[in-house]
Ligand binder design. Sequence first.
Ligand SMILES: [Fe+2]
Ligand SMILES: [Fe+2]
Length: 466
Amino acid sequence: MAIKEPKPETRIIWDSDTLERMNVQVDGKFEAGFLRVPVERMRLRRYVEFEKLAMLAICGQLPSVPVYEDIGKLSEIAYEDVLLAIRLEERNHEHPGGKREKIDEEPFEEFTRHLDHPDSLAEFYGNLFEVLCKAQLEAYKRHRAESDEFFNRPTAKILEDAIATKRAQVKWGGDRYREMLSGLDEAEQSAVRKRVRAFRSLLKWAGGVDGTLSATKPAIEPGSMEPIPEEVNFDPAFKFDTGYMSREDTLYWRENRIKFDGVDDNGNEITDRGYQLYSYCCEIDVFLQFAMIIYRASRDLPLGFYRDTTRQLWDEFRHTSMGHRVMRLNGIDPMDLIRPMRWTVWRQMSVAENYAWITQTGEACSLVGKHKQRKNFISDGRFHEQTLIEWDISDESQHVRYGARWFRAVLDDDEFEGSSKQFVINATEKFNWLYYQHMKRLDIIPKGLEEPKPYRGCVEYETLGA
Ligand SMILES: [Fe+2]
Ligand SMILES: [Fe+2]
């Protein structure tokens, strides 16, 4: 909405008319421009909750999204939602009593159950963007219009940014929803539309985004799509039918195929630079690992945890795309390379084990090699490759810090009582063992990789088929 500027010649004074208006309360708020602090407090609390629920719903369904580019966009939206939630929460905590503001949990839980369990991907897009995201946009616009131009400028500023963000999300997600509908036959379309309509009524029953609505509860059951499903429904444009790297492919890449490194002074082929670039393509399942970490972690964690982990989710997608780009640059089709293959392994590890392993071992240990290859690329005059690595080093250094900050917070009660270092060692050994067993089953163990020693430290290790 356009910002109302006072006429230049008008002097703002506290006349009796203004004072009278400020003392008249109508339905919990004053007329437009006089939204009260207690009402704002309640609304902001709800906004934060809905932003968080939208982000969690995305993480839950990300492994079921079969379009690679859409996974990237949804990851970015999840990160945007958390950034908005943080600003709204910070603002609410400025108000007296803002930190103690509560929501009525029961309708939120019911709403979440439906949001997290659509019956189809089309319904997922419909519920999330056509219903929830659109309702968020409308609520923010209304709140902005009702806010006093002067006193509530801090909230109005946040809402103006939120409105722009939500508008773009509604546009993108709404378009995806309509595209998906157009790929269905008439009966399927009408079934999806019916469920999305019922979901809209459910949001209304839950009070709407700002708590001003009410309705009778619609007759609707949660759909069949499980969040964090057993199998990843990955983009078929990536060409491995089985969903895994083949043994030939692994060996080919590790031992033969990376030819663009050249030879050293003794005439020996150098392969580590190419492998470093190829390894970015292998991050294709790390963003899915983060979707799992975020979705499965306790929902009581502070928003700071979600800010760091959704950022990492989005980063890992961008790193994979960077790997694809650099492969294309070197004449290799990235669609021939690799699909997510470690999902089964991730699912057998706890949230804290996943998080500790990837950040404190996987990423922490990768930095030495990355710094080395960055220097090599500079001396080779390969500035495109060096620039990409440089940006990656910046992200990854952050990721290691995120992990150190949060992995103990995501430990389940009674999961582990020893030192952080020992937990990281245990998680690493567990990952190495499970990954080796997984590759053995798929017959893709790279030559020279020895079976890791059986691991004995983690919870329920013996039940994992070791
Ligand atoms: Fe990465
Ligand atoms: Fe990372």
